[in-house]
Design a binder for this molecule. Structure first.
Ligand SMILES: Cc1cc2nc3c(=O)[nH]c(=O)nc-3n(C[C@H](O)[C@H](O)[C@H](O)COP(=O)(O)OP(=O)(O)OC[C@H]3O[C@@H](n4cnc5c(N)ncnc54)[C@H](O)[C@@H]3O)c2cc1C
Length: 405
């Protein structure tokens, strides 16, 4: 495709960041703070239009993450930094903690494992009995719970927008409405080809979220992003008083998804979800929609079939198909947590797609994955809780980039 306008005017930047989600903006922010000449290139008209603005908005506490994983390290650090950032900048935040509810004896085994992980990850956690649950969330039914007091809600769009403004104020240039087509390294210079022209830089950071594997090209040919649609219901406005904070069902630790939760957002709405259904396109946000399609890329991937063939995945899929079509299937799970709710308590809400990496053998990659060449850094699996991780993770990426200058 011929470039339409030469937006870059062939300036040589120190660093180019692709993508204005939480990870790309945080990386650029930390680079700009170090007085690095940085530009961000984003295909949409503003920041946080995909995963970073279409999530649960939970600042996770880190109780569920495997100790020693990158996610655990960045989440616990990021939790504190993000809460401080939002307080300082006036980004909407609600700090009421998270409850993970056990409803059966087997759930309590998982709760005990989560408590161990929380302690190992150095995040404050506490086991609550039945009566103590009522004290925090009077309408929730459970036999035991884990409380993570550092859990909070933020307005994720406002956070990324605020960080983008800070980054611009530090001198970074942000080019919206400009899609990156390819990255080419030649000697010490990287040529980033976009729809509107060529950008030159000494280093490039690919934080393109759902498209990061495509831009990474050869360096990621053993892995593929498979999009999972996280769809939400929400409580009707008359019932939002029934939840004070975040109420999570006990998760299935075989999957990197946290399971259903009812979460009070900073605007007072209570979202219920998200599910985790295969999406028909990386940016397809409704059931059966093909936007951002290239479904053949998913279907042509051997790991996709191996993932689908796994019995535990088939079980997950069966539940998820039902939930993604029928609101009453989501309602059923939420009613187990709050029996006063009925099928009429819920309406459909928004959706967001997760960029989940899957290898050739069908394994879902569970941790953050970053790959580098001499002049480029590719963020390939910025999975949940990537929003929570974004400040320390972006600082790490900026540090890696500076080492390449
Ligand atoms: C349903 C759901 C719920 C979640 N809940 C939480 C939560 O409660 N708490 C939490 O901590 N984390 C949560 N996460 C995870 C978190 O949202 C992500 O980890 C994080 O937002 C990833 O940020 P990112 O910058 O890597 O990706 P994105 O936000 O997707 O940003 C990538 C950007 O790159 C741009 N881009 C892509 N291709 C190109 C191209 N060719 N040229 C130019 N630009 C391009 C995109 O337009 C996009 O703006 C959730 C995720 C989902 C999907």
């Amino acid at each position: 495709m011929q470039p339409r306008t030469n937006e870059s005017q062939q300036i040589l930047f120190d660093a180019i960041v692709i993508g204005s989600g939480a990870i790309g903006i945080s990386t650029a922010y930390h680079l700009a703070k170090e007085k690095i000449k940085v530009a961000i290139i984003e295909k949409e008209s503003g920041p946080a239009m995909h995963q970073s603005g279409r999530n649960s908005g939970v600042i996770h506490a880190g109780y569920n993450l495997k100790p020693g994983s990158l996610k655990a390290q960045y989440c616990v650090k990021g939790n504190q930094e993000l809460r401080e950032y939002c307080q300082e900048k006036g980004v909407p935040i609600k700090e009421d903690g998270i409850l993970i509810i056990a409803q059966t004896e087997s759930d309590t085994t998982v709760i005990n494992e989560l408590e161990k992980r929380g302690i190992a990850n150095k995040t404050p956690v506490k086991i609550l009995g039945q009566d103590e649950i009522k004290y925090v969330e009077p309408r929730v039914r459970g036999i035991q719970a884990l409380q993570a007091i550092n859990g909070a809600s933020i307005d994720s769009y406002s956070y990324v927008k605020s960080l983008a403004n800070d980054t611009s104020s530090l001198g970074a240039k942000i080019f919206y409405n400009n899609k990156v087509l390819s990255i080419k390294e030649q000697g010490n210079i990287v040529t980033t080809k976009t729809e509107k022209g060529i950008f030159l830089s000494k280093v490039v950071i690919n934080a393109a979220g759902l498209y990061a594997d495509e831009l990474a090209d050869d360096i990621a040919d053993d892995i593929r992003i498979i999009p999972f649609r996280g769809y939400y219901a929400e409580l009707i406005p008359q019932l939002t008083h029934m939840v004070n904070s975040h109420v999570y069902a006990t998760p299935d630790l075989n999957f990197p998804f946290l399971g259903i939760h009812l979460s009070k957002r900073t605007d007072g709405r209570v979202i219920v979800g998200p599910g985790a259904m295969l999406a028909f396109g990386r940016e397809a946000y409704t059931f059966g929609s093909f936007k951002g399609g290239r479904l053949s890329k998913t279907l042509g991937w051997p790991g996709f079939y191996k993932m689908m063939a796994r019995p535990e995945f088939q079980k997950l899929l069966q539940q998820e198909i039902k939930k993604s079509i029928l609101i009453k299937a989501i309602a059923k799970e939420a009613i187990q947590l709050i029996p006063e709710l009925t099928e009429n308590s819920f309406i459909r809400s928004y959706a967001g797609n997760r960029a989940q990496l899957v290898d050739r053998n069908g394994n879902l990659i569970d941790d953050i994955l970053v790959r580098e060449t001499s002049q480029s850094i590719h963020v390939l699996n910025a999975v949940s809780p990537g929003l929570t991780c974004s400040l320390p993770f972006g600082r790490y990426l900026a540090h890696q980039a500076i080492n390449k200058l």
